[in-house]
Design a protein around this ligand. Structure first.
Ligand SMILES: CC1=C(/C=C/C(C)=C/C=C/C(C)=C/C=C/C=C(C)/C=C/C=C(C)/C=C/C2=C(C)CCCC2(C)C)C(C)(C)CCC1
Ligand SMILES: [Fe+2]
Length: 298
């Protein structure tokens, strides 16, 4: 079903280029944000075992606090925030893939959605990042291109090292993504990657894992993500006036808010992922889940 986004967004970008960015942002917000909203389901067993009915507040306050710190950092130091965001995104996209993680694999896989637009459309990609950072960074397209060339070496190294059985599939997948990023505007191609590859892989991983989010299974995964998705959209809408009209069109403001918002949510999202996916974290989570089954009213 999500694959329908591919022809729809491609057609919009070719027939109505003026609407393409707005449609890409709508896809990122409506179809991409729900994968992070499952964080509530991941935290629930462990937090409920400790904090009882007040578990959500005990979880949400530090989560939102971390996110708020990131938003302040974008305002105070936009260039460093962009650099940290890009490095964190590479890690987030690369580590989220199934299979054994290595640094080369994380860089090759995670760098793909950032390096490909930087190679094919350096100026347009740099323009989007400057709108996101709300600061002029004239040297950015050159930096992006150089980083993308280093990424090409890492990707080639990883492909030659990886096992021959899956190599053909990986080359085909990378070629499909390269075609997408070459043919479509950077934001549209990124939206397609985010909503049809990254978010579904994350949601499938959680839905099939009986320990991390015991209430979530493949039949209810979208439903379980709805409450916190709605709350996130409300919080996002309340922040829009802070992204003032003086700094560009409505779409530019929405772009800055959406990507800065994703960056802000990524910090607690990645921390939770690291804690619950690490072996020690999984044992603690498992125990909390057993306790909860023992004392279901806790
Ligand atoms: C739990 C909780 C919650 C929720 C949460 C959520 C919902 C999360 C999400 C999360 C997420 C959802 C995350 C995400 C991430 C993402 C990322 C990390 C991204 C990145 C990106 C990038 C890097 C891009 C780039 C680019 C390109 C490449 C081209 C074009 C342009 C652009 C810029 C787009 C709340 C707050 C309500 C409350 C508390 C609790
Ligand atoms: Fe994610």
């Amino acid at each position: 079903m999500l694959w329908l986004a591919w022809p729809v967004l491609a057609l919009v970008s070719w027939l109505q280029p003026a609407c393409a960015e707005g449609c890409a942002l709508a896809a990122i917000i409506l179809l991409g944000v729900p994968h992070g909203a499952l964080d509530g389901e991941i935290a629930r067993p462990w937090m409920r075992a400790r904090f009882g009915i007040g578990w959500f507040a005990a979880f949400a306050v530090p989560y939102l606090g971390l996110a708020a710190l990131v938003l302040v950092a974008w305002d105070v130091a936009p260039r460093s925030s962009l650099a940290v965001f890009l490095a964190g995104s590479v890690w987030h996209f690369g580590a989220g893939q199934p299979g054994k993680a290595s640094v080369l694999r994380i860089v090759a896989f995670g760098g793909l959605p950032i390096a490909l637009p930087s190679l094919f459309h350096p100026a347009a990609t740099a323009a989007v990042f400057q709108t996101v950072a709300r600061a002029p960074i004239p040297e950015l397209s050159g930096i992006l291109r150089s980083c993308a060339l280093v990424w090409l070496l890492a990707a080639a190294g990883w492909l030659t090292q990886s096992d021959p059985a899956g190599r053909r599939r990986r080359i085909l997948q990378a070629a499909g993504l390269a075609a997408t990023f070459a043919l479509l505007p950077p934001l549209v191609a990124f939206a397609l990657y985010f909503v049809t590859i990254h978010a579904p892989a994350h949601m499938r991983g959680i839905a099939r894992d009986p320990v991390r989010a015991p209430r979530v299974d493949p039949s209810n995964v979208m439903l379980r993500s709805l409450p916190l998705t709605a709350l996130t959209l409300l919080i996002g809408a309340s922040l829009l006036p802070l992204y003032d009209a003086g700094s560009g069109s409505f779409i530019d403001r929405l772009l800055a808010l959406t990507i800065q918002g994703l960056a802000a949510l990524t910090l607690p999202h990645m921390l939770l992922d690291a804690v619950t996916a690490a072996p020690a974290g999984r044992i603690a989570w498992d125990e909390a889940d057993r306790n909860l089954r023992h004392y279901p009213t806790a």
